[in-house]
Design a protein around this ligand. Structure first.
Ligand code: ADP
Ligand code: MG
Length: 556
C-alpha cells in the first residue's frame, strides 16, 4: 500500500492502546498541516461535552477546559457535524489565543465521537478547502479509534466474562454480607487497576450513603461520615441507577466525595450503582492514581460485579430476616414462660411485702426523724409502694401493664433517680451531672413509678458501661409538646449491630445480664405513646433519650 494513500501513519500495534493512538493521531495532524498546535477532543457520553484526550503545543489551562456542544470552534464543529476553518478572536476558546484554526468531527456511523483540531498563531494560514483534508484525516482517525476500542472491548469482554464467572463463584462462597462486599471491592480494584475501591450503602430512609467497605483508602477516607444523597454525585448514581465516570476529578465539579478522592491523590473515578431487583441500594466506587478513561466494557464489568454484590446482599439479608423472626419467636416463648415464673414469684413476694409495709407504718409511729432521715424514710415508703405496684402489674399481666396516667414532673423524677443511685455512683467513681429545668417546667403525661423504673434501667446500664468510672449526665427538657428525658454515659458504647437491636428481649452482652432491661424500657415508653432514641459511639459513650407527651399537650 502506498504510504501517501492514507494520511495517518499508524501501526496495528497502536490499536492495542487507544490512548497512545490518540497521541499518534495528534502528532500526525500537527506534522501534516505544518502547525504548532493540534489536539484531539473526545466526547464524554456521561456529560455530553468534549474533553481533550491528547494535544501538542497547547497550554495546560486549555487542555483542562471542557467544551460544551457549540462552544468554541471544536464545539461548533461537534454540534454541526461538519468541518470548519476560522480566524480566532481572543474569546474564541481555541487551542491558542489568536491566529487561525481548523476543526473536523470524528464520527462512528451516526455518532459523534470527538473532534480533531489544528491551529497556528499565524492569521489566515489555512487556504480555502484545506478543512476537507482535515476531515479526511479525522475520518481515518475515527476508524482507527473505533477499531482500537473494539479490540479493547473484545479482549475486555472475554476478560469480563471470565472475571465475572470467577468472582460470581467466589461471592457465592462468602457467607456474611461483610465478606461479600469485601470480596467485591477487592475484585473491582484488581480488575480496574484501581488504588481505591469502596462501597457505600444507602440507609433505610434513603437519605444517606454510608461507607461500608474500603480498600486502599487513608484513615481520613475510611472514617468519612455518611454522605447526604443530595450532596454528591454518588447520590445521583444510586437514584438514577446509572454509572458515572470521571476522567479527571480535578477538572470536574467538586462535591463531598470527589473532594475526598482528590485528597487521596487520585484522579480518575468510576462509580456504579448496586441495584437489588429494581432498587438502588448503594454504589461501588473505584479510583485510580493515573488519569484514565473507563471504557464501556469496563463500566459494564463493574456493573456486573455490583449486581452480584447486590443480589448476594439481598439474599443474605433475607436469610438474616428469617433467622431473626425465628429467634424472636423463641424469645417470646421464653418470655411467656418467664411471665408465668414471674407471676409465681410475685405471688410469693407479695405477702411478705404486705407484712413489711404494715410493720413499717407501725414502726414510724411516734418517731421524730431529722430532715435528712425523714427524706430517706419517705423514699423507703414510696419504694415499698412501688414494689407493690410492680407486683400488682406482674399479677395483672392479663390486663397488661397499662400505665396509670397522671402529671409527672420530669425534674422530680430525675432528681429521685439521682438520689437512688448516688451511693452506687460514688462507689463506681462516676460523676453525676444533671441538667434539669425548675420544677413545674417539664411536666409529662405518665405513670410515675413505671417511668422511674425505665430511667433507672437506663442508668444501671450506663453505670455498667463505665467500669473504670466516668460521667453520667441526666437531663430533662420540655420542647414542642414533648418532654425529653435523657441518660448519657461516657462509657464503652456499643457497635451498631447491638444498638439497632438494643430493645429486643434477651439481648445481653454482660455476663449475668438478662437482656430484659431495655425491652422493658421500650414497653413502658410505647405504652405511654412516647418514643426512644439511642446514640452510641464505641469507645465514646451512649445517650438514650426518651420522648414523652407533655402534660397539657393535645393527645396523639
Ligand atoms: P442487660 O442489662 O441485662 O444486659 P439490657 O437490656 O439492659 O440487658 O441491655 C442489653 C445490652 O445492651 C447490655 O448487655 C449491653 O451490652 C448493651 N447496653 C445497654 N445499655 C448500654 C450502655 N449505656 N452502654 C453500653 N452498652 C449498653
Ligand atoms: Mg440492663
Amino acid at each position: 500500500m502506498k504510504k501517501n494513500r492514507r494520511q495517518l501513519d499508524l501501526e496495528p500495534g497502536d490499536l492495542l492502546r487507544a490512548r497512545k493512538l490518540a497521541e499518534r493521531i495528534v502528532s500526525e495532524a500537527k506534522r501534516e498541516f505544518g502547525v504548532e498546535r493540534a489536539a484531539l477532543y473526545l466526547l464524554n457520553p456521561n456529560f455530553g461535552n468534549l474533553e481533550m484526550e491528547a494535544s501538542l503545543g497547547v497550554a495546560v489551562s486549555v487542555q483542562k477546559k471542557r467544551l460544551a456542544p457549540g462552544q468554541g470552534l471544536a464545539g461548533w464543529v461537534a454540534s454541526r457535524g461538519i468541518s470548519a476553518r476560522a480566524d480566532l478572536q481572543k474569546s474564541n476558546l481555541g487551542l491558542g489565543s489568536g491566529g487561525s484554526e481548523m476543526a473536523a468531527p470524528l464520527s462512528e456511523g451516526e455518532n459523534l465521537i470527538g473532534v480533531l483540531v489544528v491551529g497556528t498563531r499565524k492569521k489566515n494560514f489555512f487556504p480555502e478547502g484545506r478543512e476537507e483534508d482535515l476531515q479526511k484525516m479525522a475520518d481515518e482517525a475515527a476508524r482507527w479509534l473505533s477499531l482500537a476500542w473494539k479490540v479493547a472491548g473484545t479482549s475486555e469482554e472475554s476478560r469480563r466474562s471470565a472475571a465475572l464467572a470467577e468472582v460470581g463463584a467466589a461471592i457465592g462462597a462468602e457467607e456474611t454480607p461483610e465478606a461479600i462486599l469485601n470480596r467485591v471491592a477487592r475484585e473491582a480494584a484488581r480488575l480496574s487497576g484501581a488504588k481505591l475501591a469502596s462501597i457505600f450503602l444507602l440507609d433505610v430512609k434513603k437519605e444517606k450513603l454510608s461507607l461500608e467497605v474500603c480498600l486502599g483508602g487513608s484513615a481520613d477516607y475510611r472514617q468519612q461520615p455518611p454522605i447526604e444523597v443530595a450532596e454528591s454525585a454518588l447520590g445521583y448514581v444510586v437514584r438514577r441507577g446509572r454509572p458515572i465516570s470521571v476522567r479527571d476529578v480535578r477538572l470536574s465539579p467538586q462535591d463531598l466525595h470527589t473532594d475526598r478522592i482528590l485528597r487521596e491523590g487520585l484522579v480518575s473515578v468510576l462509580v456504579v450503582p448496586l441495584v437489588e431487583k429494581t432498587e438502588g441500594i448503594g454504589v461501588l466506587c473505584v479510583a485510580t492514581a493515573e488519569t484514565r478513561r473507563f471504557p464501556d466494557a469496563e463500566i459494564r464489568l463493574l456493573e456486573g460485579l455490583a449486581g452480584l454484590a447486590a443480589a448476594a446482599l439481598g439474599r443474605s439479608r433475607l436469610s438474616g430476616r428469617l433467622d431473626r423472626t425465628e429467634e424472636e419467636l423463641r424469645n417470646r416463648e421464653r418470655l411467656s414462660s418467664l411471665g408465668m415464673l414471674a407471676a409465681e414469684v410475685a405471688h410469693e413476694v407479695r405477702n411478705p411485702l404486705a407484712v413489711i409495709r404494715m410493720l413499717w407504718h407501725t414502726a414510724l409511729r411516734g418517731l421524730q426523724p431529722s430532715e435528712a432521715q425523714a427524706r430517706d424514710l419517705n423514699l423507703i415508703e414510696s419504694k415499698l409502694a412501688q414494689m407493690n405496684g410492680i407486683l400488682d402489674r406482674v399479677l395483672n399481666l392479663a390486663r397488661s401493664a397499662d400505665p396509670e396516667i397522671g402529671p409527672v414532673d420530669g425534674t422530680d423524677l430525675i432528681e429521685e433517680v439521682g438520689l437512688l443511685v448516688r451511693s452506687k455512683l460514688s462507689a463506681s467513681r462516676i460523676r453525676l451531672a444533671k441538667k434539669v429545668p425548675l420544677r413545674g417546667r417539664a411536666v409529662l403525661r405518665g405513670d410515675r413509678p413505671q417511668l422511674e423504673q425505665a430511667v433507672l434501667n437506663l442508668v444501671l446500664n450506663a453505670v455498667e458501661a463505665m467500669p473504670e468510672g466516668g460521667e453520667l449526665k441526666l437531663g430533662v427538657q420540655a420542647r414542642g409538646g414533648s418532654v425529653f428525658l435523657s441518660v448519657q454515659d461516657s462509657g464503652q458504647g456499643m457497635p451498631r449491630e447491638i444498638a439497632d437491636r438494643l430493645f429486643e428481649p434477651f439481648l445481653s452482652r454482660r455476663p449475668g445480664g438478662t437482656g430484659l432491661g431495655m425491652a422493658l424500657v421500650r414497653r413502658t415508653v410505647e405504652a405511654h405513646g412516647g418514643s426512644l432514641r439511642v446514640d452510641s459511639k464505641p469507645g465514646k459513650g451512649t445517650q438514650v433519650e426518651i420522648r414523652l407527651p407533655a402534660w397539657g399537650a393535645p393527645r396523639a
